[in-house]
Design a protein around this ligand. Sequence first.
Ligand code: ME8
Length: 530
Amino acid sequence: MQKFYLTTPIYYPSGKFHIGTAYTEVLADTIKKYKKARGYEVYLLTGTDEHGQKIQKVAEDRNKTPQEHVDEMAEEAKKLWKLMEIDYDDFIRTTESRHKKVVEEIFDRLMEQGDIYKSEYEGWYCMPCETYFTETQLVDGKCPDCGREVTKMKEESYFFNMKKYANRLIKFYEENPNFILPESRKNELFNNFLKPGLEDLCVSRTSFDWGIKVRKDPKHVIYVWLDALTNYITALGYLSDDDSLMKKYWPADLHIVGKDIIRFHGIYWPIFLMALDLPLPKQIYAHGFITMKDGKMSKSKGNVIYPEPLIERYGLDSFKYFLLREMPYGQDGSFSPESFVERFNYDLCNDLGNLLNRTIGMINKYFDGEISGYSNPETSVNDNINLAELNSKIEKYSDAIIHEVENFFDTYHISNAISQTWELVSRTNKYVDETAPWILAKEGKTEALKSVMYHLIENLRRIAILITPYMKHTSEKILTQLAIPGDLRTWDSLSDYRRLENLKVTEKPEVLFARLDATTEIENIKEMMK
Ligand code: ME8
């Protein structure tokens, strides 16, 4: 079986996770579930990045020790991922000894081989971002990433010799044009950071002590990015007694990150790996940010919406649907109560929900819920449409959609995969209007009517399978109400169109998504954001 090692960033446990963090997690989980459905053996890693000055400060503010604080927050994160049914295989915490031991050893090694050296660092430091900037990187004298005040700081530090590896990395980019996705991000990294020449990276701090200590110089703690990035290999048992996962899964097939941290993943991480003589990850995909009306959502800005109340009120499937659909490939997407309610009412309730309900209702009404099998009679229907021709058009259209959805999933264009699926939903609704089954029933065209019902079931079956990676519950409800047998619920069975036999659909269709009263629910969501 082909393996697929997939990772999310490890998040700072500084506060509750908002829907931005949840988006990355849903995206990774959806890709995992898709890959699994395609027969891959997938390993999904997630976790928390628990060291650094910011965490130390948050803990102090809460009158907790940093360890108490991160213990609580890691539990919170696991609880949220459980609620969201994230199927991760391991959750790494950077305060775990399996991680710390290996980071210490990596640091020693890099120092011994001369990649890390001691010097003095002076620069503009952004405390919330835990990043130093040079004078020229500042924007209006403020942090270029978050726009907050920066402080001039100077300290004895260890440095990583980035310059030594820069040319190798340039060559790697040239030979692997799809290393960084999307291409625009790659160009940005390549032209703005790699080409002009890399600065050596400061990899230790003496200004705080909540971190992994340098063994041979314990007044230094290892700066958070060297600590954090190595999680992707420490979790697999790199340099530990049992490194079987490392042997099996490294190099990673895909690191998923937000655009804010692509520089660390696309430049520093590959160079650390080169220094350790390890193969580089195959791909890194940087997604965009979920923004709000008043700009970037952030824990510190107070314009945040959290996943829990949305899931509790509207269900997990609609939550995932919204996030994935609203975030175009590599770009930002926005959240608003209005767009959430609109997607729910139009896409889910009207388009998909009604299609299922109508179909089941008609099969019960005209055939007592029973459909024997595929047929495609040469009859003319409503407005002299040749049914056989229309049906074969519908079959081909549906085949083409599957193909496109797979292509989009394979290239991580998840929003496009979803909109293609909804094209099939719309086309199938249109097919009902075109064939007008109620007229066929009135005119006694039983064979034609049966064939139309069969095509509706088949399209719904395909739609249900295509949405499983992100809407498992809805998918199951559709397949169960249509009484689709187990062997025709798999991804592999998507290509079959004519194999359904002797179906007996449910007598009482269950509503998939109950229509929301828009005014009330928009107010409700606004309340959740306060
Ligand atoms: O950067 N929209 O942790 P972090 C979409 N610990 N995604 C968002 C988002 C938003 N509004 N806000 C956050 C760190 N994210 C480091 C990572 S990895 C070795 C170390 C997501 O808690 C997005 O994936 O600040 C972003 O990259 C990540 O959370 C940053 O999480």
